[in-house]
Design a protein around this ligand. Structure first.
Ligand code: MG
Length: 361
């Protein structure tokens, strides 16, 4: 089998309320930027992939160069080639995902089967929201629980301790112990800030405090975990499997938040999950404002990898529309991977054309 052509679609799908506007610690995000890959082959099989739309068009174009004529089933060889050329993990990951989709379609098996079969049928999701005023955050948490059944909910944090404390208390007061709360400060606090905020976070049903200080300060994480008295998760510190060995050696985390573009592909997510699992550190899937293709890949991975025992972050419920033919339906806070070959999804080209980013056409 040979790759004959690689097509890339640069997509922007706006969010609707209550996900929009999605405020991080410093700026709002109004929608999902993604790159959708179609990898055509001489057999007629087309592999589909998706990666975060944060790399430039040039990086994605360069990464795809030289793959035509190669065997898409030789995933390890193709990965080695792209890594040796110094391509970026996020750009590699969309192409590698399409190769897995081709492998599944060629073998007639869903991705979870290729990864060894399911260890769980349902993939629990954690509903994400940006920073909102405390009462609005509480309203949104209640709406998330009532509408989609999320029992894990994550809010952004990191602008001010007082603000984050008020948000946590308001959310907890409203949803109580029915919902586990995650707070993601995106590296914006000092260790002293963490100990201060932890006094409040210890009073709520916290699942974990995510990446409160700089991603390189693993020793700080190790020394603050016990005095903080709350679970600490790392996200920006987590890239490939090698990064996880560093975190384990430093004894720096209670949980890891990992993702395909950061790891550099599905294969590398499997490796890092195995390393974390061997050290008894549970993983949660990160969300890069994903559309349906990557959401499908996430569902297969979480279904097959025992170490992903925590709910997967999602903003999927906020998308104005999805670009796959049969969008996921979130029920009881969860989705299931498709039983169809590969990722088990098809693109809706009409929707893709509608959300294609105009400025780079
Ligand atoms: Mg994060």
């Amino acid at each position: 089998m040979k790759i004959t052509e690689i097509r890339r679609h640069y997509i922007y799908v706006p969010y609707k309320a209550p996900v929009a506007p999605y405020w991080g610690w410093n700026a709002p995000c109004y929608g999902a930027h993604a790159v959708i890959i179609e990898m055509l082959t001489d057999t007629g099989i087309v592999g589909i992939g998706e990666t975060a739309g944060r790399e430039t068009v040039e990086f994605h174009a360069r990464c795809a160069e030289g793959l035509e004529g190669r065997n898409p089933l030789a995933i390890n060889e193709n990965l080695a080639l792209l890594r040796a050329r110094g391509e970026r993990p996020a750009a590699i990951s969309g192409l590698e995902m399409a190769m897995w989709d081709i492998l599944g379609k060629a073998s007639g098996m869903p991705l979870y089967q290729l990864l060894g079969g399911k260890c769980r049928d349902r993939v629990n999701l954690c509903g994400l929201m940006g920073v909102k005023p405390p009462e609005e955050a509480a309203d949104t948490a209640e709406l998330y629980y009532d509408t989609w059944g999320f029992t894990s909910i994550k809010t952004k944090a990191g602008r001010a301790i007082e603000e984050d404390a008020a948000i946590a208390l308001a959310m907890h007061e409203r949803v109580g112990n029915r919902v586990k709360l995650r707070f993601d400060a995106n590296q914006n606090y000092s260790p002293a800030d963490v100990l201060e905020l932890a006094k409040v976070y210890r009073q709520v049903n916290i699942e974990y405090f995510e990446q409160p200080v700089h991603q390189d300060f693993l020793d700080s994480y190790a020394s603050m975990r016990e005095p903080a008295g709350i679970p600490i998760a790392l996200n920006e510190s987590v890239g490939d499997a090698r990064s996880v060995t560093g975190i384990i050696r430093a004894n720096a985390a209670d949980a890891l938040v990992a993702d395909i573009p950061d790891a550099g592909g599905i294969m590398e997510v499997c490796r890092l999950a195995a390393v974390a699992d061997a050290a008894d550190i549970p993983c949660a899937f990160h969300c890069w404002h994903d559309l349906g293709v990557k959401t499908a890949a996430m569902a297969h991975l979480v279904s097959a990898l025992p170490g992903f025992s925590l709910a997967s972050d999602t903003t999927y419920h906020g998308l104005e529309e999805d670009i796959i033919s049969s969008p996921f339906n979130i029920t009881a806070g969860a989705i299931s991977p498709s039983d169809q070959p590969g990722l088990g999804i098809e693109l809706n080209h009409e929707v893709i054309d509608r959300y294609r980013k105009k400025e780079i056409d």
